[in-house]
Design a protein around this ligand. Sequence first.
Ligand code: SF4
Length: 161
Amino acid sequence: MEKRWVATVDLRTLEVEYDPSFKFKCVEDCGLCCSGLEIPLRDEDVERIERLGYNAWEFVDYEKAFYRGGKFIGYALKKKPIDGGCVFLDPDTKKCRIYPSRPLACRLYPFIFIKHGEKMEIYVKTDSFCPGLDHPEGRPVNKEFLISAYGDVFEEYRRKV
Ligand code: SF4
């Protein structure tokens, strides 16, 4: 996988180094990642979505499992057989029906977080289909952007450092 470095977060100080030449904007009504990705669900994701009133069998695909380093990570988010879109993607509005409670993997896309000790390195896949990468109206992936989008994720990692 070819990837491009866009930022590094120091988990102790929350200082951020970033590549100012890279800009990102999630393009409204795009929804490509809601069809083009296989999303692993962590236990926390399943529990949070169940609290919205859904049953796991409605949105968990128990036939697709994810492993990292031989360790089971979770099952996949279900896709609709008719068009391959996520079961939570509204086909008319192309909006996510559970957006504030969506799985962590959906929140992270198109970024890849790789932890090295006290640093979190952030990359994007160079061959990603996401039209938001290097978008002319995009924002730099600086401290303000990262804390507003992923502050809670960094806090979770900070507790473990
Ligand atoms: S593919 Fe990129 S631009 Fe499109 S919805 Fe997903 S994150 Fe946003």
